[in-house]
Design a protein around this ligand. Structure first.
Ligand code: ZN
Length: 364
């Protein structure tokens, strides 16, 4: 089993360097704002998610107050509100772009970190998300109608943040997700679609928010997720693919929700993530020696936090909502987790998930 893989060679493992990563994020923010920036131009459509990954990375490495000052909370808040579409009630990826459920969740996550959700027109946003639910329980991403289990997670997480889960057919939403579970235990973007670790997180976390983890075949899914660990210690998203830092988040958080985080070798995974740091300019890449980006920086930091590698001076990350734990607690968010595996080493109580409803392992 993957958890018995030998740790990767540790000869050149740089320590985690928060100061250089903070500089990287600040530099990136300036760069993206520049009207002549190539990076800014090619990422302008998903700027809302980029801001969320940057802000969340900074928040996890700093005290809340410090992060808000460094990231200029006032300016970002104003910009997020400019991305709100009064007509539909959704948020767009950038000013004057079309609204989408992906960016609506990112916008709410940003405002949650700033403790500024009171600025949101809750009624309109809830109406927008509710309008995207289809009769079979699935969610479309926007008015164009594409359906994907990612959008189910965005809907449930957003509505939970707005304390409005009762506005949708939650049962139908959970049942649709369960139809996307495959014979191998994983989940895909739709019924019958190939299992993929990113989609698995969205399905598992959505079922956690819906408190329907009973729909998951826990042992089979845990096996599939554990099999994603490669010889180099990193995790891949599907069989026969290369390791990639972002799967540290998608897979570890899924395993944490279903109580099986110990099914991957944490030491060799941490080594892999640390080797993906750019020790000169900061940031974390998808794999060693590649160019760093803010998406992998956020998921690399989150992976190290879930592995218990970063303690003093860091905030913990919530594996369901992808927000700092203290923000989740402030909002009083709730979810469900499965009791930790009996065989887990140490079997320590996880404070991050202490407030969530605990259920025993279930099988279909
Ligand atoms: Zn990746």
């Amino acid at each position: 089993m993957a958890s018995f893989l030998a740790p990767a060679p540790t000869s050149i493992v740089p320590p985690f360097s928060p100061s250089i990563h903070k500089s990287y994020i600040l530099m990136l923010s300036q760069k993206l704002s520049s009207p002549t920036s190539y990076e800014g131009a090619v990422t302008s459509h998903l700027r809302m998610s980029g801001v969320y990954w940057s802000l969340a990375s900074m928040h996890l490495m700093c005290e809340e107050e410090e992060a808000n000052v460094l990231m200029n909370s006032g300016e970002i808040t104003e910009w997020v509100l400019q991305c709100f579409d009064e007509e539909t009630g959704g948020f767009a990826g950038n000013v004057n772009h079309d609204p989408h459920i992906l960016y609506t969740l990112s916008a709410l996550q940003i405002l949650a970190m700033f403790d500024s959700l009171s600025l949101v027109n809750t009624e309109k946003v809830v109406a927008y998300i509710t309008s995207l639910q289809n009769l079979d329980g699935s969610f479309s991403g926007d008015s164009y109608g594409e359906i994907d289990t990612r959008f189910s997670y965005c809907a449930l997480s957003s509505l939970s943040i707005l304390n409005s889960l009762s506005s949708i057919d939650l049962n139908a939403a959970a049942n649709f997700i369960s139809t996307c579970q495959n014979f191998d235990g994983g989940f895909g973007c739709n019924s019958g679609a190939e299992s993929h670790a990113g989609q698995i997180f969205t399905c598992v976390a959505a079922l956690s928010i819906a408190k329907r983890l009973d729909l998951i075949d826990v042992d089979l899914l845990s096996w599939w997720l554990a099999e994603r660990q490669t010889g180099g210690g990193g995790l891949n998203g599907r069989p026969e693919k290369q390791s990639d830092v972002c799967y540290s988040w998608w897979i570890l958080s899924s395993l944490e929700i279903i109580g099986r985080r110990s099914w991957v070798n944490g030491e060799s995974l941490a080594t892999f993530i640390l080797k993906c740091q750019d020790t000169e300019k900061g940031g974390i890449a998808d794999r060693p020696d590649n160019v760093a980006d803010v998406f992998h920086t956020f998921f690399g930091i989150s992976g190290l936090l879930l592995l218990g590698q970063l303690k003093e001076g860091y905030r913990q990350v919530d594996s369901v909502y992808a927000l700092p734990v203290d923000v989740v607690e402030r909002l009083g968010l709730n979810a469900q987790v499965i009791e930790m595996d009996e065989g887990a080493t140490g079997k320590q109580e996880d404070k991050r998930l202490a407030g969530y409803e605990r259920v025993k392992k279930t099988k279909r």
